[in-house]
Ligand binder design. Sequence first.
Ligand SMILES: NC(=O)c1ccc[n+]([C@@H]2O[C@H](COP(=O)([O-])OP(=O)(O)OC[C@H]3O[C@@H](n4cnc5c(N)ncnc54)[C@H](OP(=O)(O)O)[C@@H]3O)[C@@H](O)[C@H]2O)c1
Length: 234
Amino acid sequence: MKHKERRVVVTGAGRGLGRELVRHFAEAGHTVWGTTRSRSGMDDLERHLMLDLMDEGSIAGAAKSLAEQTEGIDVLVNCAAVDARNFGVEPDRCDIHEISAEAMASVFQVNVIGPLLVQQHFHGLLCRGQNPIIVNISSQLGSMVVGDTVGSDVAYNVSKSGLNMLSRRAAASYAGDGIAVVMMHPGWLKTDMGGPGADLEVSDAAQQIVATIQQQTFEDSGSFIRWDGVVHPW
Ligand SMILES: NC(=O)c1ccc[n+]([C@@H]2O[C@H](COP(=O)([O-])OP(=O)(O)OC[C@H]3O[C@@H](n4cnc5c(N)ncnc54)[C@H](OP(=O)(O)O)[C@@H]3O)[C@@H](O)[C@H]2O)c1
């Protein structure tokens, strides 16, 4: 996909990394649809789809609406995600001793089942794309060698490990359709999720992520990489 216009969908585009990815893809000359689950943030998007990862009807509706606008898409970035704080859990009450079954299930619903359903409903559009690729934004906290010692929110850690396995299964299953699937740790970012003490400015990371995605080939499918393209340990 080098230096060629691509049709891109980014979920969670109202704020944080998703919003910056849309901006940098557009600046690089690509055609980008950003999804939001509410009207918040949608006015800044040139092309917008309404999509709530907790509502399969809305995911199906977004795919249907997109199919009326384009024959296919080339890049799907599953960026939207949550941690237990999004469901009212105090940051100091989401470790292995205290996390509730409800919080575990809710985070899993958004971070794993959500991307699964997005992949399913956008599969037809990807099949009609050029060198199509799914980029599932994961986290170092889903890594067995990083996440077993780092991170305070066990629901988030487990969900990102689950997303990695989902992505590996998708890479294998979609290979016959020519669809590549990669997982990406985007870096520790200064967003609402990452907080102000994070390592990276979100715009800088988004710029690098767009460049890294442009360099991915079908042979990279199944890889877990960082924002800068370096392979991430499992
Ligand atoms: N920030 C970090 O340091 C960091 C590190 C590693 C990995 N990541 C990953 O990077 C990605 C982006 O994170 P971020 O820092 O940009 O997070 P963020 O600032 O908290 O933004 C999260 C995004 O997800 C959307 N979202 C939440 N629930 C949703 C739902 N049910 N349906 C659809 N969209 C929903 C939010 O939309 P609303 O505005 O409607 O809530 C928002 O656009 C995530 O996959 C995250 O796990 C982040």
